[in-house]
Design a protein around this ligand. Sequence first.
Ligand code: SF4
Length: 462
Amino acid sequence: MSPFRERARVQLATPGLGAAIGHAMDVRAEARERVFGNTDVEALRRAARAIRAHTIANLPEYLDRFADAADAGGASVFFASTAGEAVAHVLRIVRERGARLVVKSKSMVAEEIDLNAALERDGVEVVETDLGEHIVQIANERPSHITVPAVHKTRAQVRELFERVYGARLSDDPAEITGFARGVLRERFLRADVGITGVNFGVASTGSLVIVTNEGNGRMSTSLPRVHIAVMGMERIVPSFRELSVLLPLLTASATGQRITAYVNVVNGPRRGDEPDGPEELHIVILDNGRSALLSTEYRSVLHCIRCGACQNVCPVFRQVGGHAYGGVYGGPIGAVLTPLMDGFESAGDLPHASTLCAACSDACPVGIPIHELLIALRRDATAEQAGRAERLGFALWSRLWSSAPGYRTSVRLARLAQRPFARAGRLRRAPFPLSRWTSSRDLPALAKESFRERWRRAGGA
Ligand code: SF4
């Protein structure tokens, strides 16, 4: 059985998981519908797709422009080719500042490079400050959804977790639970030496970082600690604020069904001499980690992704099994495309098959990524790469045989003879191996007793 199937089976056996995720996803999908209202979504999507396609097609130029502008604003920019380089750079900054406590605002890229584990191995305490991220951190889990990391947990499970980890006595009242979490996190914000955040968009014309949150933790992480480190995937660039004004509302509407999130932080460098607050240092780490290798491939459009999670909300597979079944950092349709591209087919070649190909993901994607088409292309590539020697030899022989008329006719006659013990009323319901893999879940039409040419000849055709 494939690892996805094994993991999915475990998730499916978790009581209430499918219902909890399905409900949360429905709430988001409905909110998204409401916020779009009478907006011409298709026109918006066309504009967003054009912006993303143009930016990714000119990514090196925009990255240079961004880095120059950020540098001029006082930030220090580092390009990391690999996850290892990014982690080593962050560790170096944290070590050199003698930092003991790091507060983190939600970042999928930091998950991608496993930054927390590296910092903790170095003896640094890392505290996730987004409530959902904090919940999965103290539960020792990975986020289950891009924008709703703890979507798989019920309110009662969260209360039990806080009671077990912090020894608190709480009710199931969300206000009480979040109030308690706020107390825990405030104290950490005030003590932290370094704040690490993700980046939703990097604005090339000004070198600005745009970070959206609903809890204010992004603002705290970027302004209270002495040092701010922002970790950004290289594709998160927008040319200017003009393009941002199209993509930002699309991101928030698609992610959480909001016109705008409670906080939109625009960071333009470290604190200047006349400013009362903000960090003394701003470091921006721009991560490649396999992204640039996709630029010249048919999978390039996956770099258009703005990580809104809308494809996860509507995916019938994700809604049943949640993000953990996908095994990687990114779950759902976008994970089924990204993970095999980043980690290879050997470990993740089964993910493109974790889809019904209903195309709901492509319909929901605000930047028009044809996700289901990428999944089909990945299935093709994974099959080509993973086919064993015997399979390749078999297909080569078959191809040779069917390349000549006598070879084709002989093989069809032989197959007709071979199917006799299994054919009933024109169907094969149970065939021997290897066809049994097909007939275990559906019938196979039997070969006709006579081919078209045979009938044609019998009827006197020339
Ligand atoms: S693929 Fe599209 S819908 Fe899915 S997370 Fe990315 S932008 Fe959102």
